[in-house]
Design a protein around this ligand. Sequence first.
Ligand code: FAD
Length: 489
Amino acid sequence: KKKIVIIGAGVAGLASAIRLRSKGHLVSVYEANEYPGGKLTAFSAEGYRFDMGPSLFTMPQFIEELFEVANKPIQNYFQYKRKSVVCNYFFDDESTFSALADINEFAEEASKTFNVDSEAIVEYLKRSKRKYDLTSTLFLEKSLHKFTTYLSTETLKAIIKVNALDINVSLNAYNTKVFEDDRLVQFFNRFATYNGSSPYKTPGIMSMIPHLEQYYGTFFPKGGMHSITQSLYQLAKDIDVKFHFNKKVDEIITEKRSVKGIRIDSEIIEADIVVSNSDVVPTYRQLLKKHKAPEKILNQPRSSSALIFYWGIKKEFPELDLHNIFFSEDYKSEFDFIFNKKDVCDDPTVYINITSKEEKNDAPKGCENWFVMINVPSNTGQNWDEIIEISRANIISKISRLLKVDVKELIEFESILDPRKIESNTQSYQGALYGAASNNKFAAFLRHPNFKRSIQNLYFCGGSVHPGGGIPLCLLSGKIVSDLIQKTN
Ligand code: FAD
């Protein structure tokens, strides 16, 4: 039985806590905020409820596993249902496309909307599946950096050369080669944003993401995304994980290349093992000041961040579903703004998430709770107040044109989240949503490992380390950490 301290109650911290406690260790979680969940949180105001961060729920099997390892019945905590419509798309030329969950129906619908045969779509998804099957166990489910899975330069070169993986071309180059219709290319390019990257830079292997969405499906948790946090928190408490809120950790204490505990102000808390769920950049810059930081890893460019308007809308829109995308006219320029100019273009792609489509109580009768998000660069000191004002007007004019209604008149409640607040609420470096961007083919190898060779008993989980950001990968990082700890102790 080890005494384990976890820094941060983000989804990866919660997953690590549940797994480690289930193995019999004594686990305490220290969280800077007064609530658990980190980015996965929510708020209510004036009759509306909003999930604040993640809105797309995929790979529920990783949540299920946590209840299995803790030996508790999931149905007492967490319920979810599969969506039959994945997302409604609105293109700038006013054409629309409803992405259906069933692969054959999806391909059929696509062939009616775009210049493409349904077989070409099915073939694309088969190739996506192959990419996932070839790489998932190696890249996602284990620590890439331990001896048993450590990749020699030769192996690495061999992997990169496998043509079937499309690592040597950009996602856009790959999609353009396969499809002629620009709208379909834009549709499949969008999956780069699932890890905050640019389709013009991220490698073609990212085309495995649509396979995950189509094959494993997209889901809606009863009560909204926040119920993921609430149920994992409840589960952790029920198996006797100890939580301490409003406790911002100031230092990870080490002695003779081994972890000894943490410090909060002048209070020292001893531990055999420390797991940091804090972003890896502040973990080094603030908590491990005496240690040499892995500069090459920490200096990787950040993934995109988000600007979100939470709007209470006093009207219902039957043409909208839970997930809706209003594409920009010039996708290339949009990403050039985000990753090269570090600015926001005048015609950004707008994503609208409406949970009141699934949970009537999330908005007053006859109204809808709109979570309106655009991708923006990470925070490097831009004039966000100005960007917010300009983007708000651009978004309203775009949505109003495509929905043929004056959206401005319908907004009866508004709250705003920008990269500065994401950073201050969760300590995520530059407010990036997914840690470092995957804008080059070596990105998987440039994420920080889940352990540290030079400091014993220190582990890392969460979206800024291996295997990456997004709820499923964060949950997997908790599994990798707990497996590593179990093997070593
Ligand atoms: P975080 O959620 O970043 O939490 C870290 C926690 O550690 C925080 O609570 C913080 O307070 C705490 N902490 C940090 N430092 C300290 C310290 N020194 N002492 C004590 N506590 C500390 N993912 C999806 O899968 N689907 C989506 O649709 C999606 N959309 C997103 C939209 C938005 C707007 C955002 C913000 C994110 C989105 N993501 C999405 C990404 C997803 O939210 C994250 O990848 C995931 O929630 C990150 O979890 P985490 O465990 O890494 O930590």
